[in-house]
Design a protein around this ligand. Structure first.
Ligand code: F6P
Length: 346
């Protein structure tokens, strides 16, 4: 008789809301629907290197749906990019393979962003059975229309912008808010539109200081006594790693003469309870991963495409990033409503 299938789950990269919902989705489906044994590996790929894991049963998987962070812990360990390794030393990828085999795993589910999916693809090339699940607040994983974590981050960023409006209005100021997103502008674009940002700057659209400043001066002429400027952290690349918010706020105040303040939202937008949308997406991704394992379909990343949960080859995903197209419908809509993206002449 076939033995029960054994699966491992790890969460890697920055944490985000919905990780526990995904772990629960995989774990409960694997145990209850398919009778599999489930193991949780600690702290991302570090746990596989150090052989650090626990058995996940129904009790451990209960009550975690609404919790932020990850019950497994996470790390930014990149096992395939270690140049410091000695020639005779057992390499991290070899250690991971050894521990995978010692655990007698039939599949390892790697939940993470771009870096994690790349590592997952390399492990699949090493002959391990791997399934990826895309997560990140940045929404920049190639091959899927959406990652869980993004919706929660947009909710938090939008609430922050709503709050900044009141101070902006009361003091007749320009308020600059910097949101995360790595090198992509998804969070800035969505929270900027949802929060009624007057200026939205994203890495995908080249902007000019003068255009931003002139636009804000024009608003002041039109008796719009305050303005909100939403910027993605990724635009800071231009300023030799200085925070974008500080540069932009100073630049605006100097050029417009209007009192300007900056806020960096930071890790607040990555923490806490997942939104209902993220809980649903993470649960669907998790359940689908378990289904793929039962069908022995490995070497793929679970994905959302055209509102359907599907999968895409890990080989296709690795090393790519999904950024915002400059003709994205939200940008077009914003332009119709006179939102400034820093490139529009006024
Ligand atoms: O990828 C998620 C993210 O929060 C990015 O938006 C941000 O650039 C980065 O992680 C921050 O990384 P760390 O947690 O290592 O400071």
């Amino acid at each position: 008789m076939d033995r029960r299938m054994r699966i491992g789950i790890l969460t890697a990269g920055g944490d985000c809301p919905g990780l526990n919902a995904a772990i629960r989705g995989i774990g409960k489906t694997a145990i209850l629907q398919y009778g599999m044994e489930v193991y949780g590996i600690s702290s991302g790929f570090l746990g596989l290197i150090n052989n650090d894991y626990i058995r996940l049963d129904e009790t451990l998987l209960s009550g975690i749906l609404t919790h932020g962070g990850t019950i497994l812990g996470t790390s930014r360990e990149k096992p395939f990019s270690d140049d410091l390794q000695q020639p005779n030393e057992i390499t991290k990828p070899k250690l991971m393979k050894k521990h995978y085999e010692e655990m007698r795993l039939d599949c390892l589910v790697c939940i993470g962003g771009n870096g994690t999916q790349k590592t997952a693809g390399l492990m699949a090339e090493e002959g391990l059975n791997i399934i990826g699940i895309p997560k990140t607040i940045d929404n920049d994983v190639w091959g899927t229309d959406s990652t869980f974590g993004f919706d929660s981050a947009v909710n938090i960023a939008t609430e922050a912008i709503d709050r900044l409006h009141t101070t902006a209005n009361s003091h007749k100021r320009i308020m600059v808010i910097e949101v995360m997103g790595h090198n992509a502008g998804w969070i800035a674009l969505y929270s900027g539109i949802a929060g009624g940002g007057d200026v939205i700057l994203i890495p995908e659209i080249e902007y000019e200081d003068k255009i931003v400043a002139d636009y804000l001066v024009q608003r002041a002429y039109k008796k719009k006594s305050s303005s909100i400027v939403v910027i993605a952290e990724g635009i800071r690349a231009d300023y030799k790693k200085k925070r974008a918010a500080g540069y932009i706020a100073r630049m605006i105040q100097e050029r417009t003469g209007i009192e300007t303040r900056e806020t960096i939202l930071g890790y607040i937008q990555r923490g806490g309870t997942p939104s209902p949308m993220d809980r649903v997406l993470a649960t669907q991704y998790g359940a689908y991963a378990a289904e793929l394992i039962a069908e022995k379909k490995f070497g793929v990343m679970v994905a959302l495409r055209d509102n359907t949960i599907t999968s895409v080859s890990l080989g296709e995903v690795g090393g790519k990033t999904r950024t915002v197209n400059s003709d994205h419908p939200l940008i077009k809509q914003g332009r119709f409503m006179d939102t400034c993206f820093g490139d529009c002449k006024i």
